[in-house]
Ligand binder design. Structure first.
Ligand SMILES: NC(=O)c1ccc[n+]([C@@H]2O[C@H](COP(=O)([O-])OP(=O)(O)OC[C@H]3O[C@@H](n4cnc5c(N)ncnc54)[C@H](O)[C@@H]3O)[C@@H](O)[C@H]2O)c1
Length: 445
């Protein structure tokens, strides 16, 4: 008599564990995205373990459902692995997948139980299937028995008080149907709405579309604002007027250039991948160019505002708000930091104030008081944190380049008037004030 042993099929077993939340989740990379994931899962009672090459990041997470680990191999015990490492652009402006491939290489060495691997990092369409999947297969791992593979691009908007990881719908796409189902079920254990796509490429491209949409629209308003300025029209009033259309218009706002790890970067991934396929995405390419020149344009305005300046010394330029986004300390790709660099190269003596960023690139945030403000020749408001003393700034008799339209409301108030030339924001006396809209729109991710 022959006895045949069937190994336990991995899919139903993993599915059942996920549905019952009897899983441990390993998070590789616990920066902004990894940390948000850990906290979202913890709120739903899911235990997680995390590894980061930067040990400080691990120490920052204080959550009883989370256990930091010393080596990546210790995540071998987890049924689900979420990879949340950076996907930046390199010094030549090209996509840099080295963090992702390194992390995946290491995870592909895991042995034992079958597991679900999910990439949360943002990548160009086809990366999961053509770059990540072969890494696992080269190690002899078989899709559908040793591992399942899906992508779920994170949508976190740091500082957004309306939308968090739980109430923001999540797009999920696997390299095959079983992977899509497992990943969908996994996210459904702690996210209110999960949106499966029929391929990993569709999920990857959805993220590219979201962020390219924002870049194109922000570049568009920056461009039209120049035109509005040239005909003497307050463009902020124009946007508010256009935004009263109840359908088919979404307000975007001008600024000194977009920042962060997403909007300035993701369209570059899309553009480069399209180029490799012989496609020229002209609109995306133009939006990137328009965005990249904004800091330079702001510095030019500062220079123009100093018409007649005493040339015996360098003009002093203060940047207010150096983080890329209001009420956060994140300075990645910050337009304010670029303004400092451009202005310094342009012969300004530069300095900044940011209550969230004590030091940056060798500069130190200054204390903001009347004497200090009066010692400056031009003030640029680059990011509009809530806790900046705008009233104090408004009383200073110096040119203010207000790239966020925060100063206009002080113009109408009795006893408080910006005396120097006020640029960009312009005066606005009626209509809804747009700060709440800005926050809601999450403009700066
Ligand atoms: N920050 C956001 O708002 C946001 C939103 C949506 C999507 N994303 C995407 O998510 C991804 C991660 O972004 P983030 O903002 O969390 O980046 P981050 O830099 O804050 O965090 C990434 C972490 O990964 C760690 N890391 C790098 N290589 C590693 C490795 N081999 N093993 C373990 N850890 C490693 C880094 O030390 C860092 O702590 C990127 O692809 C980004 O585009 C970010």
């Amino acid at each position: 008599m022959r006895i045949i042993f069937f190994s336990k099929p991995s899919y139903p077993n993993l599915l059942s564990k996920i549905n019952k939340k009897r899983i441990s989740v390993g998070v590789v990379g616990v920066g902004y995205v990894g940390q948000a994931l850990i906290e979202g899962m913890a709120d739903s009672g899911i235990k997680s373990y995390g590894f980061d090459i930067n040990k400080d990041k691990l120490r920052n997470i204080k959550n009883s459902s989370f256990t930091p680990v010393e080596t990546l191999n210790q995540l071998n015990k987890c049924e689900v692995i979420c990879i949340c490492v950076p996907t930046p652009i390199d010094e030549f402006g090209k996509p840099d997948l080295t963090y992702l491939t390194k992390a995946c290489e290491n995870v592909s060495d895991f042995t034992g139980k079958p597991r679900l691997i999910i990439i949360e990092s943002t990548v160009a369409p086809g990366t999961l299937r053509n770059v990540v999947l072969p890494l696992f297969e080269r190690k002899g791992k078989k899709l559908g028995s040793n591992f399942y593979l899906a992508i779920s691009p994170e949508r976190i908007d740091p500082g957004n008080t309306n939308f968090n990881i739980t109430n923001t719908p999540r797009v999920v796409g696997g390299v095959d149907k079983l992977s899509t189902t497992l990943a969908t079920k996994f996210y459904a254990t702690f996210i209110e709405k999960v949106v499966p796509t029929t391929s990993s490429e569709a999920a990857e491209l959805s993220k590219m579309l979201e962020n390219t949409f924002r870049l194109v629209n922000i570049s568009l308003v920056n461009e039209i604002k120049e035109y509005a300025d040239s005909i003497g029209v307050d463009f902020w009033e124009v946007i508010d007027a256009a935004a009263t259309k109840p359908y088919a218009f979404m307000a975007h706002y001008p600024g000194p250039g977009v920042g962060g790890h997403c909007i300035p970067i993701d369209p570059v991934y899309l553009l480069e991948d399209a180029k490799n396929r012989g496609l020229d995405l002209k609109l995306t390419a133009t939006a990137i160019k328009v965005n990249n020149v904004q800091p330079q344009k702001v510095v030019e305005k500062a220079r123009e505002s100093l018409n007649g300046f005493n040339r015996n010394r360098k003009p002093k330029l203060l940047v207010v708000g150096i983080a890329y986004k209001p009420n956060t300390s994140d300075t990645r790709e910050s337009a304010g930091a670029k303004i400092l660099e451009v202005a310094e190269n342009d012969g300004f003596e530069v300095t900044y104030f940011d209550p969230y960023v004590p030091k940056l690139n060798g500069y130190t945030s200054n204390l903001l008081n009347t004497d200090f403000l009066n010692s400056q020749d031009v003030i640029i408001i680059a990011t509009h944190h809530d806790n900046i003393p705008y009233e104090l700034i408004a009383k200073i008799d110096k040119p203010i380049i207000d790239t966020r339209n925060v100063m206009s409301k002080y113009l109408d108030r009795e006893g408080v008037k910006a005396n120097g030339p006020l640029d960009q924001g312009g005066a606005r006396t009626k209509g809804p004030y747009s700060t709440d809209l800005l926050k809601y729109e999450g403009e700066y991710t």
